[in-house]
Write a protein that binds this ligand. Structure first.
Ligand code: CP
Ligand code: NVA
Length: 308
């Protein structure tokens, strides 16, 4: 019997699996016409508890470009976990659609849906991880740096969902990674340990530091994200104070290697975690990242659904 596979956490996928998705992504990007019938006649449910621009549009357009149909469901439509149980929602959906793309607050909700359904589930961001972002970003890194080996990505700011998926991805693919955070805002220790374990195999170095200037000294990539993620709005003021010294500005970038690229998953809060000068600089690749979400998400869906 065919067993379905989910894409919930980078931790669940091997370095070889991830390299294969990146290979397919490059083919999807270079030869999109070869994939127009890849998922002909399939349907994909997109369940979003939180807001989205990039993930919503890239999955919707990508699914269409693969010959499939997307159904977008917000909390206003289905009240996931309130109108009926998460499990019952899944048990209905699996009778109609071939895959689900899911953005939730609690990571456990995404896991629960995946457990309830016999169809593949893709994590489109939870409070714990943002694996689709990491795959798109590592395609972008490869395009700009040529390789991962011996290169350093420094993630500046909050040890959040995006940081977690990037750290795991770097560890699996053999890229050095530093999370530079204020004390008390480090990445989740279980994710750090999983990353450190994967890094032992790949030879990557994974570190947590607290001094921005020292952290970026050998950086090939300086990455940041918002200080207050969706769902943390009540902490906004305290976070603003805690993160002030971790802003990525022209001065901080001047301490990184001269070719260092600036990355951000977006949306950006200009003037907070990043200045206009850095966002709009020649070394900023933020819109390449946004574009690559499209190609890599198509590759993820093709990997999960082809061969059914
Ligand atoms: N980077 C990202 O996932 O953006 P959205 O929240 O707009 O989807
Ligand atoms: N860390 C951010 C990422 C948004 C794409 C959030 O979860 O809101």
């Amino acid at each position: 019997m065919h067993t379905k596979r989910d894409f919930l956490s980078i931790a669940d996928w091997s370095g070889d699996d991830l390299r294969q998705i990146l290979d397919i992504s490059r083919r999807v990007k270079e030869y999109p016409a070869n994939f127009v019938q890849a998922l002909q006649g399939r349907s994909v449910a997109m369940i979003f508890e939180k807001q989205s621009l990039r993930t919503h549009v890239t999955f919707d357009v990508g699914i269409h470009q693969l010959g499939a149909h997307a159904v977008y469901l917000t909390q206003g439509d289905i009240s996931l976990g309130k109108r009926e149980s998460v499990r019952d929602t899944g048990k209905n959906l699996e009778r109609w659609v071939d895959a689900a793309v899911v953005r939730t607050y609690a990571h456990q909700t995404c896991v629960e849906l995946a457990a309830a359904m016999s169809i593949p589930v893709v994590n489109a961001l939870t409070d714990l991880e943002h694996p689709c972002q990491a795959v798109g970003d590592f395609l972008t890194v490869r395009e700009h740096l040529g390789s991962y080996d011996g290169k350093l990505m420094v993630f500046m700011g909050d040890g959040n969902n995006v940081c977690h998926s990037l750290m795991l991805m770097a560890a699996k693919l053999g890229m050095n990674f530093t999370a530079c955070t204020p004390r008390g805002y480090e990445p989740d220790m279980s994710v750090f340990k999983a990353s450190a374990g994967a890094a032992e195999e790949s030879g990557a170095r994974i570190e947590i530091l607290h001094n921005p200037k020292e952290a970026v000294r050998h950086a090939d990539i300086v990455y940041t994200d918002v200080w207050t993620s969706m769902g943390q709005e009540a902490e906004q003021e305290a976070r603003h104070d805690a993160f002030r010294e971790f802003q990525v500005n022209e001065k901080l970038m001047s301490h990184a290697r001269s070719h260092a690229r600036f990355m951000h998953c977006l949306p950006a809060h200009r003037g907070e975690e990043v200045t206009d000068g850095v966002m709009d600089s020649a070394n900023s690749v933020v819109f390449d990242q946004a574009e690559n979400r499209l190609h890599t998400e198509k590759a993820i869906l093709v990997s999960l659904l082809q061969g059914d």
